[in-house]
Design a protein around this ligand. Structure first.
Ligand code: LLP
Length: 432
């Protein structure tokens, strides 16, 4: 799935997404506006699911990492696509349960789940707790005991694999706030402790080695290390851990510089390592879980803005201000993530200009990109920033008391609102 799969240019020279004219969408729903192409999201789910069927005899589950983009409608679509989901907070869990998402297909992540979150998830009967640390383990067992329940658990393990990605989104090494380390013996210790607790059932082990990864080798290495650990647990305790979750992290194309990989190449490669490692260690092949987030929704989303003031600073740069910015997309400010932009109402024209897209916040770093190639811009143009389906809406804020934009879902030429634009009343709702 590439961004270009859902984008086209119509007879008027306007950019379209999912068969809808983006200039019309901007007029109808206002800007800034997030737009998500439903067919693209569904296609991404299917390619991951099919890859498990094809390369691993269907013995696995794909859990959408809903931190990438969370709202009621996305959970309805994930349910319809027979996906599992990964949630990381009471808020994500509540949203999923509110549309009747089946609890048994929900996995609960997080490095500091509160007592309330653990009890809420236990009451809901979710399928799996991915336990991060001993403090959580002991409390979960206690709460399950008080409720007369048994909870299925997996452990977040740091396999010590460096996925060559941006420091902020790298989570697999020893120096990480997530999980327990293999190298130090911490992982084995916590597994042994879990086996002694009566209200927990150890189902699996989990690792997530980073995000926006383009190489397959780190995943292969992580898979091998995890199987070796599962075999070590068997050798030491006699207990067979049945599930292996290799997390998410598959990279998407933000600009032409990024080289897209086919989603099914992931399972194709990883399944070979899993099968070979299992054979070498005489270990039964585990049930496999994947947790893609960005690659499910990222390429199918764009954000539409209206251009305002355009400021040319001679011999330096041209700032083109848009009616959103770091509040709806903090990723440039946070990680210097690069994006591609198009003037939606001039999409058939060549990108002969370069602009620095500036947001409207009182913050010099509030930019969406610098020196971005784009069509010549004028105030009033509609600007589309591409590949914003993941970690944009979900990371949006109300800084400067800006309202979070609406989200519109498009599909085969029709559009529907799936998240309303915030209003002034929403902004003051909790103010006393
Ligand atoms: N599973 C776990 C346990 C995770 O922590 C994450 C992402 C995923 C799955 C999904 O990873 P994905 O397939 O989306 O790469 N805000 C950052 C990304 C943070 C990712 C955190 N964990 C960004 O905007 O790039």
């Amino acid at each position: 799935m590439k961004q270009s799969d859902c984008l086209a240019v119509n007879e008027q020279g306007h950019l379209t997404i999912g068969g809808c004219d983006t200039v019309k969408l901007a007029k109808e729903y206002g800007t800034p506006l997030y737009v998500l192409d439903e067919s693209g999201v569904r296609a991404a789910c299917r390619s991951y699911r099919n890859s498990i069927d094809r390369f691993y005899q269907g013995r696995g589950m794909v859990c959408y990492a809903s931190k990438a983009f969370c709202c009621k409608e996305i959970y309805r679509i994930m349910d319809d696509e027979h996906m599992g989901i990964d949630v990381v907070s009471e808020g994500e869990l509540y949203t999923a349960l509110s549309v009747g998402f089946p609890a048994e297909r929900i996995c609960f992540h997080g490095n500091n789940k509160t007592d309330h979150e653990l009890c809420y998830a236990l009451e809901a009967g979710i399928g799996l707790f991915i336990v991060d640390n001993e403090y959580e383990l002991v409390r979960l067992n206690q709460f399950a005991k008080e409720m007369g329940k048994k909870a299925n658990i997996s452990f977040r393990i740091k396999p010590g694999v460096d996925a060559h990605t941006h420091d902020f989104v790298r989570t697999g090494q020893i120096d990480s706030k997530f999980g327990v380390a293999l190298e130090t013996g911490e992982a084995m210790e916590i597994v042994c402790k879990a086996l002694s607790l009566d209200h927990l059932v150890l189902k699996g082990v989990h690792c997530h080695i980073g995000s926006q990864i383009f190489e397959l080798e780190p995943f292969e290495l992580a898979a091998q290390k995890m199987i070796e650990f599962m075999a070590e647990v068997r050798d030491k305790t006699g207990y067979i851990i049945e599930e292996l979750d290799l997390g998410g992290g598959f990279g998407i194309c933000y600009t032409e510089k990024d080289q897209a990989l086919q989603y099914d190449s992931y399972m194709e490669k990883v399944s070979v390592v899993v099968k070979q490692s299992c054979e070498r260690l005489s270990f039964p092949q585990p049930f496999m879980m994947l947790e893609p987030g960005r690659s499910i929704v990222g390429p199918s989303g764009i954000t539409l803005y209206t251009a305002g003031a355009i400021k040319e600073i001679p011999n330096i740069r041209t700032y083109a201000a848009i009616d959103g910015g770091m509040t709806d997309n903090p990723r440039y400010a946070l990680y210097q993530s690069e994006y591609e932009a198009i003037v939606a109402n001039k999409a058939s024209m060549p990108k002969s200009a370069k602009v620095t897209l500036a947001g409207k916040c009182c913050e010099s770093g509030d930019l969406l990109g610098e020196h971005m190639p784009i069509q010549p811009m004028e105030s009033g143009d509609i600007v589309a920033v591409l590949s914003t389906g993941a970690y944009n809406y979900s990371m949006a804020s109300n800084y400067n008391r800006l309202c979070r934009p609406a989200v519109v879902m498009v599909k085969e030429g029709s559009s529907r609102l799936i998240v309303k634009r915030e209003s002034m009343e929403d902004l003051v709702r909790n103010d006393l």
